[in-house]
Design a protein around this ligand. Sequence first.
Ligand SMILES: N[C@@H](CCC(=O)N[C@@H](CS)C(=O)NCC(=O)O)C(=O)O
Length: 349
Amino acid sequence: MTTDHPLVLAGQYGSPYTLKMRAVLRYRHIPFRWVLRDSKWDDLPPPPVPIIPVIAYPNPDGSHGDITVDSSPQIMRLETEFADRSVVPNDPALAFLDALLEDYGDEWVTKAMYHYRWAYSDDIDKAGKLLPLSQNLQVGSDSAQQAYDFITSRQIGRRELVGSTDFNQPLIEGSYRALLDLLTERLATGDFLLGDRPGRGDFGIFGQLSQLVKWDPTAVAIAAKHAPKVINWVDRMDDLSWLPVDGDEGWTPLDQLPTATRALLAEVGRTYAPFMVANAKALMAGADEVECEIASRDGSTSQTYRQGPFAYQGKCLAWLREGYEALAESDRERVDTVLAGTGCEILFT
Ligand SMILES: N[C@@H](CCC(=O)N[C@@H](CS)C(=O)NCC(=O)O)C(=O)O
C-alpha cells in the first residue's frame, strides 16, 4: 500500500490497546496520523463498535476508507499491507506461540490493568481527572467534574464484568506480581520474549503494562519497588523505531526458547488458560457465571476465580484454536512439545 495518505490511529493516552497499536506502528515505520478520539481533531466516521483504538485506512483520494477496531486483527491487517519490520516470525510454530502470548496480555493482563485503575481511590481519582482531558484540554471545571463523575461511576460499575472483585483480588494482584517477576527474569538475559526483536506477545503485554507500570499509581509503585527493569522495557517498547532489524532475523529458534519465556508460558497456562476454557464452556452452556480453579505459583494450592462470561474472549479462544488447527502437523507437534507441562495444553484439547 502507498503511504501518500497516512493511516489514522485514533485513541487515548490512558488506553492500553491504543498505546499497543501506536507502538506497533512506530516500530514498523508505518506513517500514521495520531488523533485523540472524540477531540476537535477527530474527523473519523463512527467505528463498527464504539471502542478504541480505531485505525482508519485511507482511500486513494485521501478520504477515510476502512475503519477497523480490535488490536489483534489490526496487527494482522498491517502485516498484509506492509512487509518490513514484521512482528510475525516466519516460523509458523513460533508465530503461533507469539499469538498466544499476545492474547494472554490482551485478555488476562488487562484484568490487572482494569483492576488497579478502578479499585483504589488514588487511581480512580487520577483516572477520573485525566481520562476526559484527551477530548478537550480547555474543559471547564463544571464539565470536568461531570466527566469525572460519569467516567468513574461507569468504569467502577464495570469492574465485576472483567473480574475485578474483592473475591478475585488476591489472584489478579498475584498474577501482576508474577508477570513482573517473570519479565524481570527474562530481561536479565535478553530484550524481548522471543529473541532480539519484538513480536505480538511483547506488544500485547506492553500495552497493558504501559498503564500498570507507568500510569496507575498503585500499580506503578509496585513496579518501581519490585521491577525497575520492566519499567525501562516499557519505555523502550513505546517507541522502537530505532531498533535495527533485518528480514526475518533475530527470532529465537523454537527449540531454544529462553527459560523465562518458557516460564511465562507456564504462567499463561496457570491463569489465562483455565479462565479461557471455563469462559468458552460457560458461553456454550449459556451459564451466567464462569468459575475455574487457578493454582498457586508453586502449585501447592488453588483458588477459585469467578466472573460473568465474556463473549469477546470466547471469540479470542476460537481464533487461537483455528490457528492451532491450521498449523501443519509437524508444526503442531513442535508447538505441543513446547506447551507440554505448561498448562496451556487444555486450550487445544
Ligand atoms: N479487543 C479490543 C479491546 C479494545 C478496548 O477494550 N478498548 C477500551 C479502552 S482501552 C474501550 O474502548 N472501551 C469502550 C468503553 O470504555 O466504553 C482490542 O484488542 O483493541
